[in-house]
Write a protein that binds this ligand. Structure first.
Ligand SMILES: C[S@@+](CC[C@H](N)C(=O)[O-])C[C@H]1O[C@@H](n2cnc3c(N)ncnc32)[C@H](O)[C@@H]1O
Length: 299
């Protein structure tokens, strides 16, 4: 008997891992969450038991204790149980608690990582969470607790990081997130992207500035990306103005066309047309070229 804690990815069934897809076809029981779409559940064998433990923030809730008890019960009675969770099971998914509850009962547990919405949602919308010379790091936080009151996060520090901030579970607290970050010193003009129902047929991407975050209601589920990269995929004039270095390839000093990030061609000489040098390898001087910069505009 094994309970698999399986990540279902951000929504698009094709973003499920091969391992997750295989386990769904052989599971005796699948215990699933609200964010797991019907197309993914269609992969489950017809004889398997489906247990819906979805937690809807606007209504029905299944307590974590009930979910743990359900997993232990099924884990003791069946050989293959899949606990299917949106995104990655260990990113704000309480997967760690479920693993401990199963372990305490001596039930074998295996974690099957999933593609987290925190990275894949922005990526699918054309927003890189890191971007050379613009943002060298990203931080993923939850706004599940109230940033204005009982939050354990240091929002002042987050406001000063100068890197990309990805906020999950922030739909209902978007305004508090905005207020805490601006109070912490982050510019109200900072670009923001709100990605709703990422990678699904209902995906919607809203572009705004931090000043406007929470002015309009933010639907669930949503990923809130805060930082200069939120102005992607089009490298806007504003982004170039704020980060002039991204407009130039320093290895050639040629300006890079500020085209959409992922459509900018990477210029490499055609490999099959260059004559092959016959000079002895050991006598040819090695030209180190520009050492400080990668010729590729992005990483
Ligand atoms: C309980 S957390 C679980 C996160 C999940 N484990 C992951 O790695 O993506 C749920 C939150 O994830 C975000 N989320 C998950 N899937 C999403 C999607 N397809 N579109 C937008 N947001 C999503 C939302 O912020 C939502 O409130």
């Amino acid at each position: 008997m094994t309970v698999y804690l399986v990540g279902a990815g951000p929504g698009d069934p094709e973003l499920l891992t091969l391992k997750a897809a295989r386990l769904l076809t052989i599971a005796d029981v699948v215990v699933f969450d609200r964010l797991v779409g019907p197309e993914i559940l269609d992969m489950v064998a017809p004889w398997a038991e489906l247990v819906d433990v979805g937690k809807d923030p606007n209504g029905r809730r299944t307590s974590q204790a009930t979910i743990n008890a359900t997993l232990v019960d099924r884990g003791l009675r069946h050989s293959t149980v899949v606990r299917l969770k949106g995104g990655d099971p260990f990113v704000f998914g309480r997967g760690g608690e479920e693993a401990l509850a199963l372990e305490a009962e001596g039930i074998d547990t295996e974690v099957v990582p999933g593609i987290t919405s925190a990275i894949a949602g922005p990526a699918a919308a054309g927003i890189p969470v890191t971007h050379r010379r613009v943002s060298s790091a990203f931080t993923v936080v939850t706004a599940h607790q109230d940033p204005a009151n009982d939050d354990a996060l240091n929002w002042d520090a987050l406001a000063r990081l100068g890197t990309t901030l990805v906020v999950l579970m922030g739909a209902r607290r978007a305004r508090q997130v905005r207020d805490r970050l601006i109070a912490g010193g982050l510019s109200a003009a900072t670009p923001v992207a709100v990605i709703i129902a990422a990678t699904t047929d209902n995906e919607e991407v809203r572009r705004l500035t931090l000043a406007d975050l929470g002015v309009e209601p933010v639907p669930n589920p949503a990923i809130i990306v805060i930082g200069a990269v939120a102005a992607s995929p089009v490298i806007t004039r504003t982004l170039v103005d704020q980060h002039p270095s991204i407009a130039f390839d320093h290895s050639t000093t040629a300006p890079i066309d500020p085209a959409p990030v992922y459509t900018a061609p990477i210029t490499t000489a055609p490999t099959n047309t260059a004559p092959i040098s016959t000079a002895p390898i050991s006598t040819a001087p090695i030209n180190p070229g520009p050492t400080s910069e990668d010729p590729l505009p992005w990483h």
